[in-house]
Design a binder for this molecule. Structure first.
Ligand SMILES: [Zn+2]
Length: 279
């Protein structure tokens, strides 16, 4: 239900602006992106009529462009081989490796074995406007420090891949506010890549009454794809939107939702998930 709420909010917001809605699968990390889970997400979206206006994009198919982005940032970067243990508990990277260069010790592969690539933070004050949370200022050096853009296992980081794609491909990004803290580092990277950030809106995430997020770990019940209209109605209710007509089909329900969508009506905190309501 939590994922449906975020997907529906982004669908309604984008469609109401007359835009086209795109689905992207962030599957950079092969260990996290389980094939079964992707299939499950695609089926759930389709069952609820949430079809993208373009083929689904997969970050795993764009590695060459991330490599190019990395090259573009090379002058601002340095290799870091600090152990995870030595950085444990630190909020900001202390800069132990700043004296090193971004020149890979192994030129053949252009990747330093067992080194992460960090980008130097700066002291500039940047700000952005969030459709749900208002305006927000940040300073890279004190808010998140020298973040990793390329992992020690030779994979692009979520930050760099997402910053690149969001700026290049989208005018508006509507997503769950569990990703809100990612926004400032991503805008910083966009700036360094000379890309214009999209407009953001971070939708509150669905929680239980005690504030814990719904997830597999907290045994959130699976969405019943056989009852899409009921699910859409409940999602709209959580989002503070008007209820669709009772006998609406999936398509009518979505048309209604788009026509009546009000981002301003989304509450700062969603009404908590109540299991009994969904049985
Ligand atoms: Zn280091």
């Amino acid at each position: 239900m939590g994922s449906l709420i975020t997907a529906l909010a982004s669908y309604c917001d984008i469609k109401q602006r007359g835009g086209s809605w795109h689905i992207r699968i962030d599957d950079i990390d092969p260990q996290r992106a389980a094939v079964g889970a992707l299939q499950h997400i695609r089926q759930a979206l389709a069952a609820h009529g949430l079809l993208g206006d373009a083929p689904i994009r997969y970050q795993s198919q764009r590695l060459a462009v991330y490599q190019a982005a990395r090259q573009q940032l090379a002058d601002l970067c340095y290799y870091c081989n600090c152990s995870r243990k030595s950085l444990q508990g630190l909020r900001l990277y202390p800069g132990n490796c700043r004296h090193k260069s971004a020149q890979a010790p192994d030129q053949a592969t252009d990747q330093a074995p067992d080194h992460a690539l960090r980008i130097l933070a700066d002291r500039q004050v940047r700000s952005f406007e969030d459709g749900c949370k208002g305006s927000h200022d940040f300073v890279a050096s004190t808010d998140f420090g020298d973040i990793v853009i390329w992992r020690r296992d030779a994979l692009v980081t979520y930050h760099l891949a997402t910053a690149h794609d969001d700026a290049l491909d989208y005018s508006h990004v509507v997503r769950g506010d569990d990703l809100f803290t990612m926004t400032a580092p991503q805008i910083f990277l966009m700036d360094k890549l000379n890309l214009k950030p999209p407009q953001y809106a971070h939708i509150p995430v669905l929680t239980y009454a005690d504030g814990t997020k719904l997830s597999k770990q907290t045994h959130a019940p699976a969405l019943n794809n056989a009852a899409p209209v009921a699910n859409l109605g409940r999602a709209l209710w959580h989002l503070g939107q008007l209820a669709p007509p009772q006998d609406a089909s999936v398509v009518q329900c979505l048309e209604w939702a788009v026509a009546h969508w009000q981002l301003d009506a989304v509450p700062a905190q969603l009404a908590p998930f109540q299991e009994q309501v969904y049985r």
